[in-house]
Design a protein around this ligand. Structure first.
Ligand code: UT7
Length: 305
């Protein structure tokens, strides 16, 4: 665990500034031998056990990550191997902080097509490895972690459970607002995360509103019917401003950024895990997920738990 106080010893920052501007109090940092796939395997095992399944019953693995173990093979195939699965398909999706929504949408469409039956969607990141630890504008914001869900195709049983709609968007003109300044095809290095925080903040609140409202319209439900709002965990101020504008009461908003920091594609599944374990999210609940990330990419997913 890395607290704000620990960061005060690394860069010119303060616990008060970080808490007031972001709501973050602490974040987790992976040990040197803990790769993204190792975090993903642990999350995947927990999700598969929780679903009451055997790993071999999974025939699709989608891993959302921007911090893969290797340039290739995909982190999803490392997770597949770690789970002892030899069949089916495994691949990564890369939509930065929106990665889990993109992964969920992808898996949902595979299941709906009938080509696959049980999908594991993992969001796993080790952002600590791409941070510039001398840049106080970014290094205080992020953390490491992984979360996972299992989706299973099932005949409609009248319960209305499942993914009701996913909305995916991107606009590549915004690359320089949030990016990593390296890569195998450009510098040949891994690079470091760079962000124009203020620009991202403004864009985030507006675009989140759009995709959440589009999801409500597409599914024919209203904000008043929502049980839980589980947004990407980047900044408490962005989350609360978005919820207020959408008319979602603060009591229905799941916030974990205080404990995890921004874990990019892992933030939503980590928040889902916390809210399910503590008894907030229950079977049959209407849950809205949303995220925005580098690219820019953004999106939402509305589901009946
Ligand atoms: O997950 C992908 C999406 N990412 C996000 O959603 C992040 C979006 N952006 C944000 O969350 C916020 O913009 C930040 C938390 C990054 C920054 O908050 P802000 O209220 O927009 O602050 P700012 O960038 O306008 O900076 C205010 C001041 C500056 O000083 P001056 O120029 O006013 O003298 C910064 O230099 O705060 C200073 N500052 C810091 N001070 C102490 C920047 N970082 C720090 C720091 N500690 N860590």
């Amino acid at each position: 665990m890395l607290t704000n106080r620990d960061l005060e010893e690394k860069v010119a920052t303060s616990d008060a500034w970080i808490v007031q501007r972001t709501g973050i109090r602490e974040r987790r940092i992976a040990a040197p031998d803990e790769t993204t796939s190792k975090l993903g395997i642990a999350a995947a095992k927990a999700a598969i056990a929780d679903a009451g399944l055997e790993a071999a019953e999974i025939d699709l693995i989608v891993c959302a990550t921007s911090t893969p173990d290797y340039t290739f093979p995909s982190t999803a195939t490392q997770i597949q191997d770690g789970l002892g699965i030899q069949g089916g398909a495994a691949f990564d999706v890369q939509a930065v902080c929106t990665g889990f929504i993109y992964g969920l949408a992808t898996a949902d469409k595979f299941l709906q097509s009938g080509s696959h039956r049980r999908a594991l969607v993992v969001g796993a990141e080790t952002f600590s490895r791409i941070l510039d630890w001398t840049d106080r504008g970014t290094c205080v914001l992020f953390g490491d972690g992984a979360g996972a869900v299992v989706l299973e195709s099932a005949d409609e049983d009248g319960s209305g459970r499942g993914i009701l709609t996913t909305q995916l968007r991107s606009d590549g003109r915004y690359r320089d607002r949030l990016y990593v300044d390296g890569g195998p095809g450009s510098t040949g290095t891994t690079g470091h995360l760079r962000m124009e925080g203020r620009d991202v903040f403004k864009f985030a609140v507006g675009k989140v509103m759009d995709v959440v409202n589009e999801a409500f319209a597409s599914a024919g439900v209203s904000a008043a019917e929502l049980d839980w709002f589980v947004p990407h965990q980047a900044n408490r101020r962005i989350i609360e401003a978005s919820a207020d504008k959408l008319g979602i009461p603060r009591g229905k908003v799941v916030i974990t950024v205080d404990r995890h920091g921004n874990t990019s594609a892992a933030s939503i599944p980590l928040a889902l895990d916390v809210a399910r374990r503590d008894g907030r999210i229950k079977r049959g609940d209407l849950v809205m997920l949303e995220a925005i990330g580098g690219g820019f990419t953004w999106g939402s997913a509305l589901l009946r738990w």
